[in-house]
Design a protein around this ligand. Structure first.
Ligand SMILES: [Zn+2]
Length: 115
């Protein structure tokens, strides 16, 4: 994979993840807004408990998306530094198929499995 292709791969994943994060943030805001109409008593109000659970789920997904964005930012740095396809652990090559599936990965499949 040349640097241009690698950068395109990372940038595409970055923009998809940014869209996802924005959608999740909107969803969370909607849940928060809708929960303002309930009692907020999670323990005794079944609706409140459901909303709290949904909010937690969305919040977790949002955190994951933000972590992915940070990791993709680092991946872009690695492309620029010319070390994108080099495993951080063993210094060996990272397979192109693995990078395509996981653009933010920093290790080869062997090192990932060893963890
Ligand atoms: Zn490795």
């Amino acid at each position: 994979m040349d640097e241009h292709a690698a950068m395109e791969l990372v940038e595409r994943a970055r923009s998809e993840t940014a869209h996802l994060a924005a959608a999740l943030a909107r969803q969370r805001d909607e849940i928060v807004a809708s929960s303002e109409f309930t009692s907020g008593d999670d323990e005794h109000d079944p609706e409140g408990a459901t909303i709290a659970f949904e909010r937690e789920q969305v919040q977790a997904l949002l955190r994951q998306a933000q972590d992915d964005l940070a990791a993709l930012g680092q991946a872009a740095e690695r492309v620029r530094a010319g070390v994108y396809e080099i495993c951080e652990r063993c210094g060996g090559p990272i397979a192109e198929g693995r990078l395509t599936a996981l653009p933010a990965t920093r290790t080869c499949i062997a090192c990932a499995n060893r963890r």
